[in-house]
Each structure stands twice: as structure tokens, then as C-alpha cells.
Write a protein of this length. Sequence first.
Length: 133
Amino acid sequence: PPAALDQRPGEPSPSRLGQQHEPASPQCELAQVDLIKEPGFVTLGMEVNQLDSALLRVEGIDEHGLVWHHNTRQDSDAKRVLLGDRIVQVNGVQKDAVGMLNECKVQQRLRLTVARAPAPAAEGEEAPAVAPP
């Protein structure tokens, strides 16, 4: 089951609202997201699932949590944490899901590196055609 980084007792499960990305293709985009824990936010408000010993997958974002608040202030998805993102590094800790979870719980400043599927082409744009050999 997903690990709630910070779900408080008695609160509903984190919201599943947000943009969902498809499972990663071999060509993933990496994005870096900087979070600073702010007064009034006891938790990150993010539910993750440990995919293996090296990766965490974002399964839910609580609409009252710090991550949701951070996302609403960003002008592009490149600076947001999105559902389906795979967290591959936190504050330099990588290939250690337990260590990354610990960083998220104890540090005030977080630099997350996330892997996600490339964004689909914008409406009206066609994917580049591949000419036959």
C-alpha cells in the first residue's frame, strides 16, 4: 500500500486530483522541484508508493497540503509535483527509497528530482513523421 508521507490521523485520504501521467516510457523527462516547508504546513500532503528500493511514485496529493499549495503557485508543470511522477532523488539521496522518505520527513528544504513521461504534443501539433528508409 502507498506510504502516506504525512497523512494526519482522522483526515480523509489525499485527493487524487491533478494531472495524471502515463507510466514512463524509455524516454522520460527529468524535472527538479524545490520545496520549502512553510509555517502552517505540518506535512507535505503527498502520498507515495515505494516502487522498488530506489524509486518512489507519487500516488496522491492532498489539496490542503504543502505540495498542492506549491503546485498552485507555479506557472508550468516542470516546476510542479504531478500524480504519477517517480521521485528518483531527494536532496542528493538517490537509489534509496527509505533514505528519500526520511529526507522528506526531516528536512526543511527539499530538492526533488522526478522522472515523468514526456508531455504529449500540444493540440494542433503533429508528432514528427518518420520517413520510411
